[in-house]
Design a protein around this ligand. Sequence first.
Ligand code: AMP
Length: 444
Amino acid sequence: MAAPVEAPRADGSAPIATVSMASEAPGAAFAALGLATPLVRALVKEGYERPTPIQSQSIPEALSGRDLLGCAQTGTGKTAAFVLPILQRLSKTQRHGGIRALVLTPTRELAAQIGERITAYGRHLGLRHVVIYGGVGQRPQEENLAKGPDLLVATPGRLLDLMQQGFVRLDRVEVFVLDEADRMLDMGFIHDVRRVVAALPKQKQTLFFSATMPREIAALADNILVDPARVSVTPARAAADTIEQSIFFVEKADKRALLERLLRTSSIERALVFTRTKHGANRISEQLVRAGIEALAIHGNKSQGARERALDRFRRGVTPVLVATDIAARGIDVEGVSHVINYDLPNVPESYVHRIGRTGRAGATGSAISFCDREERALLSDIEKLLRRRIPVAEGQAPPVEETPAPRAAARPASRLEPRRAAAPEQQRPRGPRPPRPPRGRRS
Ligand code: AMP
């Protein structure tokens, strides 16, 4: 590195705020976190200029060898927050032929993305890693495992299968990462996670990441972490800053027409449309296709192959609209999503933040448009409480006037599409009895 860099602080906090950007050499802000030159060079090659908040909080702590409890969702740069310290540690300790680091992650997509990040960040280190997941043949994974990887990235089910068959031993793991712990719970993998944890050595460093902390996840963290450093990035605020959010008040029966209209008339390059159910995702994508708009659905009932094909087409821009459920979409890292459209509001307010985080990634701007029908008003109010702000009502995308006769009101006769006219703030959000809240439940 050409420029002098500041060493990590004794308390582990990141000194990047004090580094002058003007005179700084490329990657200096990463070196200042304590990362070694080969990693910094790889980050510069990736075009990263400075650490994201989760990285500047986590990396010094993880490098110090402490356990870590990180509250952060995908899209915040959390993969690098755990991959970089692991790579640094493994490059400095002796290879022994066994697996030295295990990253457990809930989905094949995430596993593949983490593997791809390890390749990118570790390009100058010569460490070996293997990625294993279900839904594909086991044989190539067995063969790769036989080569003695330093690092293993795995989904829980396939990992347990391979462990039971004697292809994987975890008794020499030095660092364990549990990624997206809350999603493991959502997907019913928590029991498998406990079985994997039981096979790990007692003495190890654990980096535990979860976007939310439901009770079971907090209990699991309590159980496996020893005096962890706690780091958290508030996704709500991050989302509010970079993503333009708006809401349409619309009758349920009019949502479809509104979606078609938006997709046809707005400058939407690549849109991720969220529905609450798998059935809804299928139905909407079929309706869009019938209306002449290229769209595909992605959800847990689709085969792995179908999901990957849909994602690939979406990534390449062949299919500009992907209709997804929360679980299927969380963790998908697609650049250039110009719009997130919440066809249904999610039952869990945090999911709203996860959803809109699919756009406006890594500093890019994005738009999040939500549809809210009469029954969803309580959900909207929960979301706004979490965001600590009101979502502006859509303007400029209003459908023709004859279809939009009514101002925003909680209890009034059935309306058609309902964007805002220039109403005073107090008219925009009438107070009154809250409509019944739909049950909270599984999201996909
Ligand atoms: P993640 O939350 O780990 O899925 O990362 C989200 C996206 O941000 C990925 O496309 C990363 O390549 C990118 N990314 C991670 N860290 C940085 C950084 N410091 N600067 C710019 N982009 C980053």
